[in-house]
Design a protein around this ligand. Structure first.
Ligand code: LP5
Ligand code: MN
Length: 240
């Protein structure tokens, strides 16, 4: 049996092929899993559980039918969907997890997180993150009319694109010491995350022992998943 991890699907109405690929994954590959973990940025942007976008209902029903089939589903927030709340999670039948979560899987301790918190060299992003994670600001934002929230989110997305175009590739990657620190804090030799869209397996040393960092790819023309079994941890692509 296997436990599956995915992230960075960035689902949106404008990208129907990715939605179709995800729906096929939920109805196929995922059905044989012990559990499915979604490590953030499932959606391109989340502005509140009250958003009536039909895509959200379609995705909730598909995740719910996987859960009803007997595959528990878990979610960690990303930097695009950190406002995804309990109401939508309940519609999906999925459990919201803390931003750093340690799993015991087939005798291995595995740390999972979205990945944005490891990009500590990106001072502009970390300042932005600290602001938008303030509970009072989130409450205020969620109380705004939907069309205003849509406008603010669009401004933020546009601002992010402009900011990213002048940042170096290195600044937008994880900081190696931040990786070691979080793995030592949680006493783990395995870390799975997304966010950077640079799928790879990186060997390193943490806790004085060999360790591995598994980076999920974003879903564009194909999907990406990490599969943990009792024998192995693999990074696999999922042709649509
Ligand atoms: O997301 P991506 O891949 O473009 O880049 C990320 C970082 N950017 C972000 C911003 C998100 O894209 C915005 C999503 C909004 C959705 C929900 C709205 C909810 C609002 C809630 C309010 C309480 O995460 C980017 C990183 C990059 O990853 C790599 O790690 O570099 O960081 C930035 O671009 C931050 C910039 O450095 C500074 C922020 C620019 C935003 C401008 C805000 C303008 C707002 C106007 C509002 C009136
Ligand atoms: Mn992200």
């Amino acid at each position: 049996m296997a436990t599956l991890f995915i992230a960075d699907l960035h689902l949106q109405t404008e990208e129907p092929a990715i939605t179709a690929g995800f729906l096929r994954f939920l109805a196929g590959t995922a059905r044989d899993a012990d559990a499915l973990y979604i490590l953030g940025d499932l959606f391109e942007a989340w502005i509140g559980d009250d958003d009536p976008n039909p895509l959200h209902h379609e995705i909730a029903s598909a995740i719910k039918s996987l859960v009803d089939h007997g595959v528990p589903c878990f979610f960690i927030h990303g930097n695009r969907d950190f406002l995804l709340g309990k109401r939508f999670a309940r519609q999906c039948g999925m459990t919201l997890l803390a931003e750093e979560t340690v799993l015991e899987l087939y005798g291995k301790r595995v740390l999972i997180l979205h990945g944005d918190t490891l990009c500590t060299d990106d001072a502009g992003y970390q300042a932005f993150r600290a602001k938008v994670h303030q509970p009072w600001l989130q409450t205020l934002f969620l109380a705004l009319p939907l069309f205003i929230r849509q406008r603010i989110a669009a401004k933020m997305r546009a601002g992010s694109k402009v900011a990213n175009s002048s940042k170096s590739v290195a600044i937008m990657d994880v900081n190696p010491q931040a990786v070691i620190d979080v793995m030592e804090k949680h006493q783990v030799q395995h870390l799975i995350h997304g966010h950077t869209h640079r799928p790879d397996i990186h060997p390193l040393t943490a806790n004085g022992e060999p360790a591995f960092r598994y980076v999920l790819g974003a879903w564009h023309s194909e999907g990406s998943m990490v599969k943990v079994t009792s024998d192995d941890i693999e990074l696999l692509s999922l042709p649509f």
